[in-house]
Design a protein around this ligand. Sequence first.
Ligand code: K7E
Ligand code: RUQ
Ligand code: CUA
Ligand code: CA
Length: 643
Amino acid sequence: MDRDNNEKNVTETTQDSRRRFLGRSAMLGLASAGVAALAGCKEEAPGKAAPTAAAVPNTGGAFHEVAPGQLDDYYLLSSGGHSGEARVIGIPSGRTLRRIPVFNVDPMVGWGITNESKAILGTRPDGQLKYLTGDTHHVHASYKDGTYDGKYAWINDKINSRMARIRLDTMECDKITEIPNVMGMHGLFPDKCDPVDKKINYTTRVFAGSEFHLPQPNDGRDLDDPSKWYALFSCLDAETMEVRWQVRVDGNMDLVATSYDGTLAGSNQYNTENAADQAGMMAAERDACVFFNIARIEAAVKAGKFTHIGNSKVPVVDGRKVSNGDPKTALTCYVPVAKNPHGVNASPDGKYFVCSGKLSPTATVIDLSLVTKWFNGELKTERDAVVAEPEIGLGPLHTAFDGKGNAFTTLFLDSQIVKWNVDDAIKQYKGDKTVKPVRDRVDVHYQPGHGYISMGETKEADGKYFNSGNKFSKDRFLPVGPLHSETEQLIDISGDKMRIVSDHTAYPEPHDAIIVRRDIIKTRQIYNLDDFPNKVTSENAGIERKGNKVHVRMMSQAPQYSLPVIKVKKGDEVTLTLTNYDKVEDLTHGCAIPNYNINFIVNPQETKSVTFKADKPGAYWIYCTHFCHALHLEMRSRFLVEA
Ligand code: K7E
Ligand code: RUQ
Ligand code: CUA
Ligand code: CA
């Protein structure tokens, strides 16, 4: 389908496009059915690494199908957009395995209801949650030796500028940090090793950009003078999640990428104009990718060359161009890239960052060794670090890599994924007119945002699957009212030609995700009783009163709670702590108290607590919400509130 046709697609009737796509998929169906019959259904042993591209036939076969009872090859860890959550999906099946509440409230888990989750989310002085909203876009996991170590993933909240961490052994959020002095915290990326101490070949920092510039401090000053506002780049400690330092920049920051050698982090900037309106943000012909020299920034912080903003204790160093004129001491380097870029991605060979043009039909390839040369005073201009700028199509957003020298970029306006060869793009940029970097294009349905490849953000990029996260599904699924599901399309990229192998629905609206080989993630089967300092034991179980504070300590073991009756007085402040003594994997119990807005689960050997005011006299049946036993419905306890 050519570009004109595609453009028209966006507005043509459902009837027309439906017919066209039925035709297409019928052909695809025939092709794959034939080869599937010859090749049989390919299955892999659990824990085995994905097969190499050479072993996978390009022209069909059902290798992406996961038969009943079979396990997926990969975990896809996805953001959930303004649902505020994270999601875990099996690839290639597309089956949803888990939804992880992060910035949202989730009554299934009790996230935002239990004391433990409220402590992570943050509360106001009256004990209510500080925020009820979140907007997650980017998920990236911790590294060791240039690949995932399966320990953590980080996810952003663009609305309230928070960074959350998810433990990958329990798939639960364990820390959230609100970043000071920034708004629109969007891109994030962990580092992959230390720039100075080469023994640290794993993640110890997480970087965050910020999209919106602000009066500093944002306390009501300078409201009418946006020219004084600015944005900050932040570095968090991967373990403590504390903000270590911030860098003041010119312009804004969108997404973030890091180099494999730990020396550089970079962020694409679409508002180098520092404009406060849309026309202003599109004024310049070129914007930039700003690079941060991590070792120099940390040396500057150590040497005390920083300031503070308002009440924040975080050291802030100056990364503006005016203060960084000499490359040999500069903390930042602004490499000009095509207009209003969206996305910056690091190639798995460690050599390049690619920024997409968004308002330019090009991708800009930056050679990291040349950025380092610039910082050493050995490169004439920042722009000389650009080694290619191939024309790839309209509305390029995000780029992923197959580990075989090819880049795959989502084209939002063209509704396509374009595959292009990085080395050929570089040759073309040098003047070789015979090479054509673009290798293949495939229509996706429709308007792709993020695209990502199995293990594509690691040195183990395996070039097997590309997931296209499409922003509009239009006619792909049964209509469900004015709000449509989104489409996630899985594309087999193991051969020369891309091939869409399945459509999956997505509840709006996931943005970025990563696809992690399943042998990397090792989840716990049950919790450890002793990890919970407030665990209930046979010694402390029961009801303890101190004035009008009542502490109820209860245990659960299928199909019973340890206390059949709990009696309190109206006006008491009740804390209910529940420890699940079941040891069987997945033998979870729920705990709901009607009319009191209490609902949470306790997994095997886990402890959780809730605190609330017993302000309604009467009898309330505490009941188990999570089907646990043949006598699950009988698993109840009387909560009696005396008038
Ligand atoms: Cu990563 Cu959606 Cu936040 Cu692009 S952004 S699509
Ligand atoms: S009852 S196992 Cu809730 Cu209809 Cu069901
Ligand atoms: Cu315990 Cu259901
Ligand atoms: Ca711009």
